[in-house]
Design a protein around this ligand. Structure first.
Ligand SMILES: [Zn+2]
Length: 366
């Protein structure tokens, strides 16, 4: 079965959004957990942003094993140099070079021509490849770029030595059919090159980051860039837990697997909340407090008879300690009876355990 590579950018795209900054020690803790979770790539930061960022990426690269470590760089010499330096101690490094390719970004933000963009992309990827074995190229704002120019960009990137091509929906503007069509078009133009992995990177401005990522997978993408709890710029990135659980629960539909250990999802989500002090909303898919809680009587009755009636994922599968049946005004008699029975059983076991450990002889002289 084909595998989808999970590229986690919690420590870069997530960390750069308001309220989510982490110090080096926190980044290391989170990166170790991401490695335990089984993500394929950890994007540890943007080394040119500051000396602190460079040091943090370098420390992650030195201390974290089991995942490839990526560092981000604009298609600029000083950025590429900083990223190369930061990645130096990594066992499996990946340089991640990006440049915007939409006319809007080229004119309004960068003030360069399409030709200048192509030259910067080619030369910076070639420079990177002299020092780092694997280079990914991202065409920032790909979903709003002229498709013919985007195809040209991708050809230049591959010819320069990039082996991962990321086509981001940087501003969360795409809808699934369009986003998938862009991948199909670019892959067709390039003749579906061997040894090149296509990657999706989606933002959630219209609430479609996960849907768009999965649509890209249907169109041949084999890497998804995402974050724990879906944190990231503005409305966030595609949420890692939603992406991997969707691929697992609907495996018969996608026919693909990931290397993620689902049972580590809840612990990863909790660790990020604890480090950043930002909690997930209760109705958040997979990791929210209500994701496995049931209050309505009809639902509780169904869950007691067979959990599959109202749960498509078992809480244990994603590391949630237990489902909860909440007694509230919507609960029914069956749930109440069941909870009372569970409470009795717990009390009985506790009493038995206390009796078993009690001293056998009477403490008082006869
Ligand atoms: Zn992004």
């Amino acid at each position: 079965m084909d595998a989808i590579r999970i590229f986690d950018t919690t420590l870069r795209d997530g960390e750069q959004s308001p309220g989510f900054s982490m110090n080096t020690e926190e980044k290391i803790r989170m990166a170790q957990q991401l490695a335990s979770l089984g993500v394929d790539v950890i994007e540890a930061g943007f080394p040119i942003a500051s000396q602190g960022d460079l040091e943090a990426v370098k420390t992650v690269a030195r201390e974290v094993r089991g995942a490839r470590i990526a560092a981000l760089a604009r298609a600029k010499r000083e950025d590429v140099d900083a990223a190369i330096e930061a990645l130096q101690p990594a066992e499996s490094p990946r340089l991640h070079v990006f440049l915007a390719t939409s006319d809007l970004h080229l004119k309004a933000k960068l003030n360069i021509s399409r030709q200048q963009a192509l030259e910067a992309i080619g030369s910076m990827i070639r420079l990177g490849r002299q020092h780092v074995g694997e280079v990914e190229f991202s065409a920032e704002d790909a979903s709003r770029s002229d498709l013919k120019f985007l195809c040209q960009v991708c050809k230049v990137a591959i010819d320069a030595g990039a082996t991962v091509l990321n086509l981001p929906d940087t501003v969360g503007y795409a809808v699934p059919e369009e986003y998938a069509a862009m991948f199909t078009e670019v892959r067709d133009y390039l003749g579906d090159p061997q040894g090149v992995t296509f990657s999706a990177h989606c933002h959630n401005d219209l609430g479609m980051a996960v849907a768009n990522s999965l649509a890209a997978v249907r169109a041949g993408a084999r890497q998804i860039e995402c974050t724990i709890n879906g944190i990231g710029e503005r409305a966030g990135n595609a949420s890692l837990e939603e992406v991997v659980v969707a691929l697992a629960v609907r495996q018969s539909s996608f026919g693909l697997k990931t290397n993620v250990r689902l049972a580590e999802l809840f612990a990863s989500s909790r660790m990020l909340s604890e480090i950043t002090g930002v909690h997930v909303p209760p109705n958040k898919a997979v990791v929210g407090a209500n994701a496995f809680a049931h209050e309505a009587g009809i639902h509780q009755d169904g869950i007691i008879k067979n959990p599959l009636t109202y749960e498509i994922i078992s809480p244990q599968a994603v590391g949630v300690p237990a489902r909860s049946l909440v007694l509230g005004k919507h609960s029914g008699r069956n749930a109440l009876r069941d909870l009372v029975a569970i409470a009795h059983e717990v009390m009985r076991r506790k009493s038995a355990a206390i009796a078993a450990t009690a001293p056998s002889a009477t403490p008082f002289p006869a």
